[in-house]
Design a protein around this ligand. Sequence first.
Ligand code: 856
Length: 289
Amino acid sequence: MTTQPSPRRLANTCKLALALPFAALALAAQAQTSPPTSASLNATAGPLSVSTSSVSSFAARGFGGGTIYYPNATGQYGVVAISPGYTARQSSIAWLGRRLATHGFVVITIDTNSTLDQPPSRATQLMAALNHVVNNANSTVRSRVDASKQAVAGHSMGGGGALIAAQNNPTLKAAYPLTPWSVSKNYSSVRVPTMIMGADGDSIASVATHSRLFYSSLSSNVSKAYGELNNASHFTPNFTNTPIGRYAVTWMKRFVDSDTRYSPFLCGAPHDSYATRTVFDRYEDNCPY
Ligand code: 856
C-alpha cells in the first residue's frame, strides 16, 4: 500500500518550496555571518579570512594608490574607502581596513595624491577609490563587490574628506569620520548615516571646534551618532584595539548591510553596558535605528 501525502502536507511543502529561495536571498544579503556579540565586536578580527590587492599609484585614477582588503569567501560585500590624515599614509589606518574586511566588507585604504591634500580633495579621492574598486579592480575583487553599498571613512583631514564626500554623494550608505578636521563646519545637508568619533584630548582638531560642531550640524532626519573617546588624542584612530574598531563594524553593518542585528549595539543594552564613562566622556545619538 502506498501512502499519499495529505492535502495539508502538500500545501506546506509548496509553501516551503516558495519560501526557501527567499530565505536564501535574505541570508545572502546578510553575508551569512553569525549574530554579533559584544565579544565578537571587540575582537581584533571578525570571522572571515582576508586577502589584499595593492593598487599602484600608476593604476589609480584620481587618488594616490592603495590597498584593497577583501574576504576570501565569495559573496557580495559592501565597499568602504578610508583616507588617512594630513602628511600620513595608508599604513596609518591599515588596521581598520583589515578589521572591517574580516567582517565582510571590501575595503580600500588609500594614499592621497599628495600627503598635503586638504579635505575637499580627500573627498573626491575617496569617491575615486570607490570607483576603482567597483569598476577597475581585478575580477577576484570585483566579483565580491555589491556596488549598491558604498561607504567612506577617514582620519583627521581624511575624516573631513569623509564628511564632504557624504555631503556631495547622498547615495553613500554610511560615513565614519575619525577625529575629523575640516574648515567647513556645516554638514546639515548630509543625508548619509554618519557616526563621528572625537577624542577628548585632541589638540589638533579640538572637539569644541571640530567634531562637536560637525555632529550638531547634522540633521535630526539622518541617522547619526557621536562618540567622544575618553583619555584619547588626535592619533587614537591610528591604534588598533580601541572602541573605534567595534563601532566601525557596527555602523557599517547596520547602515551598509542594513543588518538590524547590530542595532542593539548602537541603541540598546549591549551599547549601554559598553559605552561607559571610561570609554566615552560624551555620547550622543538619535536612536532608534
Ligand atoms: C595625521 C589636520 C591646521 O591644521 C593642522 O595643523 C592639522 C594637522 C594635522 C591634521 C591631520 O590630518 O592629522 C592626521 O597626520 C590638521
